[in-house]
Design a protein around this ligand. Structure first.
Ligand code: SF4
Length: 235
């Protein structure tokens, strides 16, 4: 049984690689990382090359990602020989449109995310006791209370966010110092990148996730709706 309070106290000032090493030591083959190949995830994958190079890397492929994102994940997976597992929904976008109508993301984005992200990931995570995320407290108000180690009641496993205390500046400093690849859309003011229909570039004074589900009250896809301490939009 993990003492979450003690672990969070221990890791609050620790480096992410220290947390990753602990996670690998404790959970071994029952550990996975979930990433959408955004900067924090790429930094985590880079650290894991030394710590656990065979770790399962789960990525939710909704079938609606940017072509740049597919190119980036294919490139990194090949270059770093990742154990990449593409988690896909039960229906293609065309099959979903037949049942729910065209562009479900416009009239019910919560249902669309549930079908294409949350449920497939929940199914995939049943094989693991713990998962690593790239959540950071500075990303959005909904993530301000992110703990480094927590119990995820939605997925019924341990959620580990080694970068919770890192800032966007720290991530980019690491990324650039190690000359790591990143999505070229970031150079066009796409600070947070998800599915193409629900992502836009941000204006200079907007917060980093303002380009996600722009024009709606939705702020999270639902994958991280637990453990943030904040009630999220649900309808
Ligand atoms: S981000 Fe948009 S397109 Fe992607 S699953 Fe959610 S609602 Fe659908």
């Amino acid at each position: 049984m993990l003492n979450l309070e003690a672990l969070n106290q221990r890791f609050e000032g620790a480096s992410p690689s220290e947390v990753l090493s602990w996670a690998w030591e404790i959970f071994g083959e029952k550990l996975a990382i979930v990433t959408s190949f955004q900067p924090t995830g790429i930094v985590a994958l880079h650290m894991l090359r030394e710590i656990a190079p065979c770790l399962p890397v789960l990525t939710v492929d909704t079938g609606l990602l940017f072509s740049n994102t597919y190119l980036l994940m294919d490139h990194i997976a090949a270059e770093w020989d990742l154990n990449l597992i593409r988690v896909r929904p039960g229906q293609t976008p065309a099959q979903q449109a037949e049942i729910y109508g065209e562009a479900l993301w416009l009239h019910d984005p919560d249902l669309c995310c549930q079908l294409r992200k949350v449920t497939p990931l929940k199914d995939a995570l049943t094989a693991y006791d713990a998962w690593i995320t790239g959540l950071r407290r500075d990303q959005a108000e909904t993530r301000r209370l992110t703990k480094i180690v927590s119990w995820d009641s939605r997925y019924e496993n341990v959620k580990i966010s080694p970068f919770a205390a890192w800032t966007e500046e720290m991530v980019w400093a690491y990324l650039l110092a190690h000359k790591l690849p990143y999505n070229p859309l970031h150079d066009q003011n796409y600070t947070s990148i998800g599915c193409q229909p629900c992502t836009r570039a941000i204006a200079p004074n907007e917060e980093s996730r303002a380009g996600r589900w722009s024009g709606t009250t939705k702020v999270e896809c639902g994958i991280h709706s637990q453990n943030t301490g904040v009630t999220l939009h649900s309808g």
